[in-house]
Design a protein around this ligand. Structure first.
Ligand SMILES: Nc1nc2c(ncn2[C@@H]2O[C@H](COP(=O)(O)OP(=O)(O)O)[C@@H](O)[C@H]2O)c(=O)[nH]1
Ligand SMILES: [Mg+2]
Length: 348
């Protein structure tokens, strides 16, 4: 109809149609809804709200680690393993460092073909925008769509740079940190923040030399950390969570360090077994519910921030901001005074 933009045609499909389609397992509807989440969170809002009651079933597995450690290869192998067990899998590759047409994406496309034609697998790459809460809002909204679409396992790969890797732990039920030998100093390769978020470690590229050194470095770091049981904190406050009375003392999970060779499928089955064991532990210890509540708390917080930022921008007296910035740059007033005047001049 409109040769100029596919976008125009996309808008012709109503949100209700997309919701119906996603619930029926229509992959095209799912793809389109994800595109809406990427384009503009607001036009996806009604879809997300309608689907929300249908979510909460998928096991969300986060995979993070430094670039080149073999995450994408490992995730593909894991997806294949899940398919052999009859589980449906969605894979979301989030890479804030590569644009949508970048090389990393092409690589993912090639790997995708190994699983293509299988209706039980859905693979999607997405770049993220750096707007306020952009990384995790778009990602968690997409995970919600994949969950609603009925996938048993949803794997999200994030490249281990900056905040993304830590944020993934707030989104996933199970966080897998991938390391590889030869990344220089082993202790450097795994940043302190990553130690805190891992539920499982995998040293991939076990066919390379130095694998045992990397494994023992990780085990040593875990040993030091043991005793400090992972606690749930929110803004530095202990989070009040609804735990069933018989689940209150929550037995501990021992973080395993596994080895794999993703390119030849070695170590994939034990890894998948450990992921399942973690899932079982989450359910039996009550941690599943805890993580669910933490995740929702973060989402609500992000949404509040976004809404307040929007209101703030709308409420600032027009033209006043640049005037005051100019005045401050001429040292006529201070930035403190500029902020004070702006807040005072705000409409309601
Ligand atoms: N030798 C070896 N190479 C691997 C292994 N796993 C992945 N690779 C290769 O390492 C490179 C980076 O893999 P990729 O999955 O894209 O890493 P990512 O950046 O962490 O997603 C690719 O050339 C893979 O073929 C492995 O276990 N052994
Ligand atoms: Mg990758």
């Amino acid at each position: 109809m409109d040769p100029i933009s596919g976008r125009f045609m996309r808008k012709q499909i109503t949100a209700d149609q997309l919701v119906d389609g996603i619930l029926k397992g229509d992959r095209l509807a799912l793809s389109r809804a994800i595109s809406r989440v990427e384009d503009d969170g607001e036009s996806a809002r009604s879809i997300l709200e309608a689907l929300y009651p249908h979510t909460g079933k998928a096991h969300l597995i986060g995979v993070t680690g430094a670039p080149g450690t073999g995450k994408s290869t490992l995730v593909t192998a894991l997806a294949r393993q899940y398919r052999q067990l009859g589980q449906t899998v969605a894979v979301l590759a989030v890479d804030p460092t590569s644009p949508f047409t970048g090389g990393a994406l092409l690589g993912d496309r090639v790997r995708m073909t190994a699983l293509s034609g299988d209706k039980g697998v859905f693979i999607r790459s997405m770049a993220t925008r750096g707007d306020l809460g952009g990384v995790s809002v778009a990602t968690s909204d997409t995970l919600l769509l994949l969950d609603a679409a009925g996938f048993d396992r949803v794997i999200v790969e994030t490249v281990g740079v900056g905040q993304a890797e830590v944020e993934i732990a707030g989104i996933a039920h199970t966080t897998l940190v991938v390391d590889a030998p030869g990344l220089g100093d082993e202790v450097q390769a795994i940043k302190a923040g990553v130690m805190e978020i891992a539920d499982l470690f995998v040293v991939n590229k076990a066919d390379h030399t130095g694998v045992e050194r990397t494994v023992s470095a990780l085990e040593m770091m875990l040993e030091q950390k043991r005793g400090g049981f992972r606690q749930m904190r929110h803004h530095g406050e202990w989070m009040k969570v609804d735990l069933p009375p018989d689940k209150q003392d929550g037995d501990q999970w021992t973080i395993p360090v596994l080895k794999s060779i993703a390119t030849t499928n070695e170590g994939i089955e034990p890894l998948q077994n450990q992921i399942e064991a973690h899932r079982e532990w989450l359910l039996s210890s009550g941690q599943w519910a805890v993580r669910e509540q933490m995740r929702i708390a973060r989402t609500v917080e992000k949404l509040i921030q976004r809404e307040l930022a929007r209101r703030l921008a709308a409420a600032l007296p027009a033209g006043r901001l640049s005037e005051l910035i100019l005045a401050a740059s001429r040292r006529q007033i201070s930035p403190y005074e500029a902020a004070r005047q702006l807040v005072k001049g705000m409409r309601d």
